[in-house]
Design a protein around this ligand. Sequence first.
Ligand code: SPD
Length: 319
Amino acid sequence: MASSKPSPGSADQAINDGWYTELSPMWPGQGLSLKVKEILYRGKSDFQDVCVFESESMGTVLLLDGVIQATDRDEFSYQEMIAHIPMCALERPAKKVLVVGGGDGGVLRELARYPEVQEIHMAEIDKMVPEVSKKYFPEMAVGFTDPRVTLHICDGIKYVEDSPEHSYDLIVVDSSDPVGPAEVLFEKPFFEALHRAVRPGGIVCTQAESLWLHLDIIKALAAMCKEVFVGGSVSYATTTIPTYPSGQIGMLVCAKARTEQGEGGSAPLDPRTPRQAEPGPLPALGVPDLQYYSHEVHSAAFVLPVFAKKGLQGCLTFQ
Ligand code: SPD
């Protein structure tokens, strides 16, 4: 993808006179504002600016490089959808899953709902993110307490490159925006490594930005994924979330061909159909019932509005 990317911001630039405003060249001319009750944490890791504040309307808020990653009030929308859409689309229950990024633990919490999962690995580059999340977002970070979870603080790309071929049933790439440390997670060499590490018929599901703001990024990402997932499928699913730019974000669901041969093999997996049961609560860890995802929402998430369908014409396998 093009490398003329804007540089990351910080909470210092974003919080003024008791208000936080999310400004970024990735969404020029607009910025969600939240009234700040109290700043709970400010830190600078080796990779990014980290800030946690208590907002008046959305509960506790996590910022990385000045950009909202999660709020108490609406984080379940994104975390449930990026985890359960691919988990439920798989033809057989996932046993081994990798999360790249996702250091706040929300995606882990969602994956922990499945009793069939045996191992959940996480490759997170910044140890400050899980530390801060465990302290300020206990309901999100509860996933870290699941005994099947192993946290690796490392470069996610290297971790995936070093994984044996066909290691995982599912890989979720829960990245921040393609500015700063996450930029490389939107590039082709990483997707080639992901494709190698996932088993035939398995899925790679990656954060894929907003239809309203980033149609060009989504187009380029989808076109690149189609080149990598030969014989498989590439589809975009959407979710609503009030505190992400324009109130919407999506994920690319890339299914690897079922056979080694790819093209000429069996038909690619259509992720619009849920095949696994909806997961339930996990009372032992204090994980509540689902609040956003259902099988009905799953199938509806792949139905794109007319402008997006036109804009992504030819880039997606199923839409
Ligand atoms: N514009 C922000 C996109 C952030 C996506 N990742 C959030 C991490 C939540 N686990």
